[in-house]
Design a protein around this ligand. Structure first.
Ligand code: ADP
Length: 492
């Protein structure tokens, strides 16, 4: 089963195409060569018989030998015999009745009957190529008309001849040697073509093997890459030819796949861990409550604790869903021109209850003439909601959370600050807080009931809306989250 596989492989196809191309080229070249050689050889014969016949014809014309009487035949035969090349050509002198008046001696070796009468197809009043049916296609023939002139010096013009034609000089030359030569040449060429095809096949196999070896290596490496072995890479080639570019592209693809896969793996591990904690607490609470008979108050407390954890589960799941939705959203977002003040007022209404619970004062310090912003309302709302919610969550009671607008002192961009007077964020943690499930201190989160997902959602929205977010320390304590809008989205 190796051969069908070979023919359907790229290597097989290249080899076959190479062989077919070489064979086609050689066949066309040989055909053209045979045709040209044959034409040239036949033309050489034609020129030879033309020259020979013309020389003979001139001699006869000049000798003024009329050949209507037998005595003169001998003279004509004499002239004919005197002509050189007599063995190469068959020569006849015939009268208008096709009767042979004289002929070269070699005609006896060809056909005896042609020594008395020569059947010639179409004889004309000027020199021309003709055919002797008895000899067939194996001979080239030419005929010259003999003209009876009043004297030997008369100028003969075939065009306007008025003198009588008394016979023809006919010369034939065999084309058998030409045919034999062409046949031999054909056999030699066929042999050469076969040998060339064999050599070309060997070359094609070696060349295709060399050309495709890098691809074979790529396939082998790509096959060896599995989920558990994503770090394998194809060995890069030195040249940046098509194969080199393919290797680079594939390696980049593997890099991206590995990064995405690692992200998914990390996310799954983190998510499982985060979901497991509340589930374990719920299970523990319920087991403890059911382990023996308890007071009604105890059950209430137990179920209350389980409910807190169930809410935590819901919160985590909802945020995860939101995050995955934002990540998937590759379609264009709907942007509209918005008044920031309206969004801030909405947020205040939603969050004032949370702030009141902790006796925190939620205030705004927005400029008089706020610019309009071209943005996506839902996403901007979610972003600010998370920042203000965090500010409330991570601030001690009886402090202030302020929403302020200003021009960024460095970039000049329109900026919204969410300022709190809470626990603050250490400098070394400022980058990490945007990672999924990251919390500065787990214990802090336990009290506040956070999931560690809020700021990663904020980070995703920052990307989508092309915003800048800076985290700075508030003096003497607390944190400022500054959200700057791109200049082209702000209308003053
Ligand atoms: P969480 O649900 O835990 O609040 P976030 O992603 O919103 O998750 O925040 C990540 C961590 O960053 C929080 O656990 C908290 O430790 C810290 N953090 C966020 N906002 C503030 C803030 N305003 N002040 C102090 N710490 C904060």
């Amino acid at each position: 089963m190796r051969f069908p596989g070979f023919f359907s492989s790229l290597r097989g196809k290249i080899t076959i195409w190479f062989i077919v191309s070489i064979a086609a080229f050689m066949i066309i070249f040989s055909g053209m060569m045979l045709f040209s050689v044959r034409l040239w050889m036949v033309q050489t014969i034609d020129t030879d018989i033309m020259d020979h016949t013309e020389v003979l014809w001139r001699k006869i014309q000049r000798s003024q030998v009329p050949f209507d009487s037998l005595g003169k035949k001998k003279d004509i035969q004499y002239i004919l015999n005197s002509e050189s090349n007599k063995n190469r050509f068959l020569t006849w002198i015939i009268n208008p009745d096709s009767m042979v008046v004289a002929h070269s001696y070699n005609i006896f070796q060809v056909e005896n009957s042609l020594t008395t009468k020569l059947p010639v197809r179409i004889l004309s009043d000027r020199p021309q190529f003709t055919e002797i049916p008895t000899l067939g296609f194996t001979h080239r023939c030419v005929s010259f008309p003999i003209i009876k002139t009043p004297d030997s010096t008369a100028i003969i013009s075939f065009e306007n001849n008025t003198y009588p034609i008394v016979g023809w000089v006919i010369t034939a030359s065999s084309s058998v040697p030409v045919n034999d030569f062409i046949n031999s040449l054909t056999r030699v060429l066929i042999g050469m073509i076969v040998i060339c095809i064999i050599i070309a096949s060997a070359f094609a196999l070696v060349l295709s093997e060399l050309a495709l070896r890098p691809l074979t290596e790529i396939v082998a490496t790509a096959r060896s890459i599995t989920v558990n072995q994503l770090s394998t890479r194809i060995k890069p080639t030195e040249e940046q030819d098509e194969v080199g570019q393919l290797v680079t592209t594939l390696n980049h693809l593997f890099d991206r796949l590995e990064a995405s896969f690692e992200q998914i793996r990390q996310f799954t591990a983190d998510a499982s861990h985060e979901l497991l904690t509340p589930l374990t607490i719920i299970k523990g609470e319920l087991e403890l409550a059911l382990s023996r008979d308890r007071e009604g108050e105890y059950y209430k407390m137990s179920l209350g604790n389980a409910l807190v954890q169930a809410n935590q589960l819901i919160l985590i799941t909802q945020t995860l869903l939101k995050l995955s939705r934002e990540e998937k959203s590759t379609e264009k977002l709907d942007f509209e021109i918005l008044d920031i003040r309206i969004i801030v007022n909405k947020l205040f209404k939603q969050l004032v209850f949370l702030a009141d619970q902790k006796s925190i004062r939620l205030t705004e310090s927005l400029e008089e003439s706020l610019p309009l912003i071209n943005t996506n309302e839902n996403l901007l709302h979610t972003l600010l909601f998370n920042l203000i919610e965090n500010a409330i969550k991570y601030s001690p009671p009886k402090t202030k959370v302020i929403i302020k607008s200003r021009k960024h002192p460095v970039t000049g961009r329109f900026t919204i600050d969410v300022i709190d007077h809470g626990l603050g964020i250490p400098d070394e943690e400022k980058r990490n807080i945007f990672l999924r499930f990251y919390r500065i201190e787990k214990s802090r989160a336990k009290v506040t009931g956070g999931s560690g997902l809020g700021l990663s959602l904020v980070s995703k929205i920052r990307e989508l809306l092309n915003l800048d977010i800076e985290v700075t320390n508030n003096k003497p304590m607390g944190t400022i989250f500054s959200v700057s809008f791109p200049d082209d989205s702000v209308f003053n």
